[in-house]
Design a protein around this ligand. Structure first.
Ligand SMILES: [Cu+2]
Length: 119
């Protein structure tokens, strides 16, 4: 009698352990399925449009007519001189070219830090 009760209790305990676990696994899986499948990308500095007005290779500078550069406090389009992080970029642009770029204040000099030709 005692042995039988112990066996039954053990059987119930085992069943009780397995059932909630499988139920939880099922609901957990459903929860993952409902989650969005993509995550927002880190918000990198946005590329802005610019047009090359003048190139000064000797000085490593370029004059660009550019759209707003919010990260530099320029809310309005304007034309101004930039330094360039990579002087070889000046070989990849010519006056009149449309480009996409980002600029930062590098040691007090407004510098183009990212550049690509506009398509
Ligand atoms: Cu500006």
């Amino acid at each position: 009698m005692k042995t039988t009760i112990t066996t039954i209790v053990a059987a119930i305990a085992t069943a009780a352990t397995i059932l909630p676990a499988s139920t939880m696994a099922a609901s957990d899986h459903a929860g993952h399925g409902a989650m969005p499948s993509h995550q927002a990308a880190p918000n990198a500095t946005k590329m802005v449009d610019g047009q090359v007005k003048k190139i000064d290779k000797a000085a490593g500078k370029v004059t660009l007519a550019h759209g707003p550069l919010v990260n530099l406090g320029m809310d309005m389009p304007m034309t101004m001189v930039f330094r360039v992080k990579d002087a070889t970029w000046l070989d990849q642009m010519k006056e009149g070219d449309k480009i996409r770029f980002t600029a930062e204040n590098v040691n007090g000099a407004i510098t183009v830090v990212q550049f690509e030709p506009a398509k």
